[in-house]
Design a protein around this ligand. Structure first.
Ligand SMILES: [Fe+2]
Length: 280
């Protein structure tokens, strides 16, 4: 669903945060090097045991929105509009909705409430969410009709078939529990896992996960040639930055995500909304 400018303004006013739209800091960045336009990337994902009814099932993946003084409410709203424009079957969100402050929790949840898909939205928490207020963000997202998976799984039923979506808490906080998240997911079904931090991939392989959707890296965010990217500087243990990674029988996609941290700009590293089409 596309939202008209009128409904958008109404929504901004009803949320009581219209003034936040003036906070955006990104628009002054040099257009040649700054990567601000969202790249909608499309990918086929083959899964063994995919039930017939889910052939072509379309997943829209949002991650690392980071609503903050670096990422305005208007920008978040545009992300939601662009996600809706893909006509998703399901929207999966892999954490970092805010950066520093609790005051951004309510507005980001209000914006995400406008996500539209056939089978709803499912989310996990990222490291910034854990740091700021894990319980508060969980509650705000659940109030916005987004199911938060905290070492748990949900089943989507369609035409007599089922597809499970599992999600874990943040790996860097030592709170990821894949066995618990996957407890109800039969081995005979595709095993899809939402995990903020891609470092979890080895564990995912041990627990026979077929497909991991991850974020966290921002794809590096600042990628100046011949220099280490911002993300590698801040997290030197990071093995992978973006795109598909295969580890044993596990495939993982790391999205560059949408927001910005540390520095209010992305350079040569555009924000991304991946769209996945499931195939048997
Ligand atoms: Fe992030």
């Amino acid at each position: 669903m596309q939202l008209s400018s009128v409904s958008r303004r109404k929504f901004l006013q009803s949320a009581g945060i219209l003034s936040l739209s003036s906070i955006s800091l990104d628009s002054t960045a040099h257009p040649f090097i700054a990567s601000e336009e969202i790249d909608v990337s499309h990918h086929r994902v083959r899964l063994k045991n995919l039930p017939d009814s889910f052939e072509g099932f379309k997943i829209v993946h949002l991650t690392d929105i980071h609503h903050s003084k670096f990422v305005s409410f208007n920008e978040v709203f545009r992300m939601v509009e662009l996600a809706n424009r893909q006509s998703p079957d399901v929207v999966l969100l892999t954490g970092d909705y805010i950066t520093w402050s609790k005051k951004f929790i309510a507005p980001v949840a209000e914006a995400l409430r406008n996500l539209k898909s056939r089978f709803g939205s499912y989310a996990i928490l990222g490291n910034h969410d854990m740091r700021v207020d894990a319980e508060g963000i969980t509650q705000a997202l659940e109030t916005a009709q987004i199911k938060v998976l905290r070492n748990s799984a949900e089943r989507i039923d369609f035409k007599g078939d089922s597809l499970w979506i599992a999600g874990v808490d943040e790996y860097s906080y030592g709170q990821s529990d894949i066995p618990k998240a996957m407890r109800e997911v039969p081995l005979s079904q595709p095993r899809i896992l939402l995990a903020h931090n891609p470092e979890i991939v080895s564990q995912a392989t041990c627990h026979q996960v077929d497909f991991v959707l991850a974020g966290h890296t921002h794809g590096g965010q600042i990628k100046i040639p011949f220099m280490r990217s911002l993300n590698v500087v801040t997290q030197p243990s990071q093995d992978f930055l973006e795109g598909f990674v295969r580890n044993g029988n596990t495939q993982m996609y790391i999205s560059r995500g949408l927001g910005k941290v540390v520095i209010p700009v992305r350079i040569l590293c555009p924000p991304e909304i991946p769209v996945f089409y499931l195939q048997s």
